[in-house]
Design a protein. Structure first.
Length: 68
């Protein structure tokens, strides 16, 4: 999704240089929506990953079972 926001940003810059007004506004808005959506997803998944990493840090050892 970040790649698409970069593509739409480049399209917005190119259409701005060429003077296409309607296309420039549309691609700029799409680039902003995709970029900030990507930032929000990054923050959410980073927080979720940091919460679950604590449970995975300690190895689960079963001390009740001993093989003789």
């Amino acid at each position: 999704m970040l790649k698409w926001s970069v593509v739409f940003f480049l399209l917005a810059v190119a259409s701005g240089v060429l003077g296409v007004i309607d296309n420039n506004l549309t691609t700029a808005v799409l680039a902003q929506v995709l970029f900030f959506g990507n930032v929000v997803l990054f923050v959410v998944f980073t927080l979720l990953g940091s919460m679950t990493a604590q449970a995975l840090d300690s190895p689960s050892v079963d001390t009740r079972r001993r093989d003789s």
